[in-house]
Design a protein around this ligand. Structure first.
Ligand SMILES: Nc1ncnc2c1ncn2[C@@H]1O[C@H](COP(=O)(O)OP(=O)(O)OP(=O)(O)O)[C@@H](O)[C@H]1O
Ligand SMILES: [Mg+2]
Length: 453
């Protein structure tokens, strides 16, 4: 019996017992069990904890055992499949989906079951909530070092404040996708449905909404309500990754490409309307309307900064030397995990792992980072490039009132460019007493000095 047939059969059987189809985790458990994987290995594949996957597995074996009248466990599933017993059961399931009456006709015993009725005090449902999850579009992240403060903030917004719209902003490699995956692992049991979609191919809004509804809807339904109705009826968590792809290059941050302006109204509707779900946006630029919406608790933004001290683990893993110099190098790249991984490889390759030799080199090495930074810079407007060039060549943080005369921008164009660069996290704000100063971090300044004239 191949895995597709097993999944189909198990789905029918679970539906017969519970009135629900197999969810993402249950499916992964069946696939994993088929391939003799452990719960820990399956948990990694679905970005979940071993204990959660074990609990879901235990519930699943109970449902299958109840349906088949035979004790099914993780260990016994494969042998049962190999003896071909499932074939007998498989042909005996008769479904009448429209009436939701399910008849399971097992070889000799004949039982008729109705889909499980909703939970009541007399009919308790299993306590482990199993959301339907689709993370097929999410990247795979193999290591995750501490992000406790950021995860606490996100959990407070989502679970306590019931925030509708959260934007996680950060430069490439800062770990936006990684933290969102970790968050899902920690809060998934609070949701009915979780879906991750990347906007990397710039889908237009109707195409994205159709795709989301396809997942959120019950497969049996023919007339599909609007997405907001799903967000009201179910507690859904939607993650939209790489949102910068719907914004124009060569303009100020957060300006939609032509034909993508309707995303703005969609985000606003999700922030302002009444529902019980959460949309998380991940990207390099803050959408234009978010700033105005942020005054309410329904809309929050997290600027993802470096990893801090836990970034040292990256250097430990790469086996670098001179640990007393690590903090200095980590600060040079602001604790960006991807950049540090790249730099650690360079230190290993060119300096034999000696961090002090790397630090004493004449100029800051960018290497493969140059390409990553180039992706950010090609999105800037001409006005932003002028401001970046000025700040990158300053030796310390400056007030914007120090604008040099050779920047040919009107005061309003200049301020808009500064604000836009802040929204891209390309310039840093430094508070010195009552003075607000701006600066460009060293790695970015190095890039600007060698690439922007
Ligand atoms: N908390 C973390 N601990 C360890 N490594 C991390 C962490 N966060 C990110 N990384 C590493 O950095 C890499 C980049 O992370 P991630 O893909 O989440 O960045 P991103 O901000 O989503 O970047 P992009 O904007 O390009 O999508 C990951 O592949 C992972 O190796
Ligand atoms: Mg990402």
């Amino acid at each position: 019996m191949d895995i597709a047939a097993v999944l189909k059969f198990a789905d029918d059987l679970v539906f017969a017992q519970t009135g629900k189809h197999l969810d993402y985790v249950q499916e992964a458990i069946l696939r994993g069990t088929f391939k003799k994987r452990t719960y820990t290995q399956i948990a990694k594949e679905v970005y979940s904890s071993s204990s959660h996957v074990r609990n879901v597995g235990s519930d699943l074996w109970k449902i299958l055992s109840e349906g088949l009248g035979e004790n099914i466990t993780k260990a016994s599933l494969k042998p049962i499949l190999e003896t071909g017993k499932f074939y007998n059961y498989q042909f005996a399931i008769v479904k009448d989906v429209r009436s939701e009456n399910i008849t399971v006709n097992k070889n000799i015993n004949i039982c008729t079951k109705k889909a499980r009725s909703p939970a009541t005090p007399h009919n308790p449902q299993p306590t482990t909530k199993q959301p339907r999850i689709d993370l097929s579009d999410a990247p795979q992240i193999l290591t995750f070092y501490d992000r406790t403060p950021e995860l606490s903030t996100l959990k407070q917004w989502i679970l306590d404040d019931r925030t509708h719209l959260i934007t996680i902003l950060g430069l490439t490699g800062s770990g936006k996708s990684a933290i969102a995956l970790q968050l899902i692992q920690q809060i998934q049991s609070e949701f009915d449905c979780i879906i991750w979609r990347s906007l990397r191919n710039s889908p237009n809004l109707p195409a994205l909404q159709t795709d989301l509804i396809k997942f959120l809807s019950d497969r049996q339904q023919t007339e599909l309500p609007s997405i907001i109705e799903y967000l009201r009826s179910y507690r859904c968590l939607i993650i939209l990754d790489d949102i910068q792809t719907i914004f124009s290059s060569g303009q100020l941050a957060g300006n939609y490409k032509p034909n993508y302006e309707n995303y703005g109204a969609f985000f606003k509707q999700i922030a302002e309307s009444c529902h019980n779900s959460c949309l998380i946006l991940l990207g390099w630029e803050k959408p234009r309307e978010i700033a105005a919406l942020e005054s309410s608790k329904n809309c929050q933004t997290l600027e993802l900064n470096g990893l801090g001290e836990s970034a040292r683990e990256i250097f430990t893993e790469k086996g670098l030397l001179d640990s007393e110099k690590w903090s200095e190098s980590i600060e040079l790249y602001r604790g960006n995990p991807l950049w540090l991984n790249i730099v650690a490889t360079t230190i290993q390759d060119l300096f034999g792992g000696k961090v002090s030799a790397f630090l004493s080199y004449d100029s800051l090495l960018l290497g493969d980072l140059e390409y990553l930074l180039h992706q950010h810079f090609q999105r800037l407007s001409e006005a932003e490039k002028q401001v970046m060039f000025w700040l990158a060549n300053e030796t310390k943080a400056v007030e914007i009132s120090n604008k040099p005369k050779d920047i040919e921008l009107s005061p309003s164009e200049f301020l808009k460019a500064v604000e836009s660069l802040r929204r891209r996290l390309l310039i840093e704000k430094v508070q010195e007493g009552d003075r607000t100063l701006f600066a460009v971090q060293r790695a970015i300044a190095e890039y600007v000095k060698t690439n922007i004239k």
